[in-house]
Design a protein around this ligand. Structure first.
Ligand code: ADP
Length: 309
């Protein structure tokens, strides 16, 4: 079984059903990717979630949820001083959704500080892939971010493939310049990058997917997949560039986790020996299915109906 470490935060999600009635779930960018990756290749991949939770009942439920999804929770650390982050999705009378977050003091922010108290890079090995995002970076203190980059360098030296999705969230960064400096460092260490064109338009002023490709090639990234919503993706792998269209959908219901599910499907495809193009085709089909359904994570039953297509 291939070993994949997924580093970041999983939060409690409260999704408004009707006035003052909420459905509770768990979600977060890298968690969503882990779920879709594992569901896509359950027998071939072991996904270890590297994070931290509290010692409260909700944290126990979060761990139980990881286990339900057959994710490996042995790298989820516990702290007595914090709880999981939380966000609410509310819908106004015009059907517009808005997100409100309580994550400033979440347990996941302590994950690397807790990790290095008792562990070293050896505790992460053997591993085939280390996956992280711009959100995983943004929630860390400056000291922990520096530690993360040194950890990634050591993993890379051990032959671990480094995978990064910038997932730019302006509210999580003090300013765009600091964010760009961190992303440039992350890209320079990455073997595979999965950016969205929209993120690069806002953060770097890129005007096209080709711009993003050229920028990341300059930073030394060998495999790059630039996602561009319903316009599909532009990719490069083994020195060859290619395009892959999105799979048209009858009606977009909710674009939450479109990029996350694409990443999970793409990783599963690549780690299962598919070409970059074939992996994009699978990932695009999965992401199009996800945008036709409500919420970040489709039910297991819905996923089975997708797999059976
Ligand atoms: P990100 O959230 O990372 O910016 P995108 O919005 O580009 O990601 O979406 C990721 C993938 O999801 C796209 O490459 C495409 O395959 C699929 N996707 C997103 N929006 C649509 C849509 N409206 N119709 C079909 N597929 C879509």
């Amino acid at each position: 079984m291939k070993q994949i470490i997924i580093f970041g935060e999983c939060m409690v999600e409260l999704f408004q059903l009707v006035d003052n009635v909420y459905h509770q779930a768990f979600a977060g960018d890298v968690y969503n990717t882990a779920v879709y990756c594992k569901r896509s290749a359950p027998a071939q991949l072991n996904l270890k979630f590297l994070s931290a939770v509290g010692t409260d009942l909700v944290s126990d439920k979060l761990i139980a949820q990881l286990e339900q999804e057959k994710l490996d929770s042995t790298l989820v650390l516990r702290t007595k001083t914090a709880r999981p982050g939380l966000y609410m999705i509310n819908t106004d009378c015009f059907g517009e959704r808005s997100f409100v977050y309580w994550r400033d003091s979440s347990a996941a922010k302590q994950s690397l500080a807790l990790f290095r108290q008792h562990s070293t890079v050896a505790h992460l090995l053997p591993a085939d892939v280390f996956y992280f995002s711009g959100i995983s970076l943004a929630i860390l203190s400056l000291e922990d971010r520096t530690y993360l980059f040194s950890l990634i360098k050591e993993l890379k030296a051990q032959g671990v493939q480094i995978v990064f999705d910038p997932n730019y969230r302006p509210a999580l960064w003090p300013d765009a310049e600091i964010c760009r400096a961190n992303f440039d460092q992350a890209y320079a260490l990455s073997d595979l990058a999965l950016p969205g064109l929209d993120d690069h338009k806002v953060l770097y002023g890129s005007s096209s997917a080709a711009d993003v490709l050229a920028q990341l090639q300059q930073l030394g990234v060998k495999e790059i997949i630039v996602k561009n919503g319903s316009s599909g993706v532009l990719g490069v792998s083994d020195g060859k560039s290619f395009q892959c269209p999105a799979v048209p959908v009858k009606k977009v219901i909710d674009t939450t986790a479109a990029g996350d599910s694409f990443n999970g499907g793409y990783l599963a495809g690549r780690l299962n020996g598919l070409s970059a193009l074939a992996s994009c085709q699978y990932a695009a089909a999965l992401a199009s299915f996800v945008v036709e359904h409500t919420g970040a994570i489709v039910t297991k039953e819905q996923f089975r109906s997708f797999s059976g297509r």
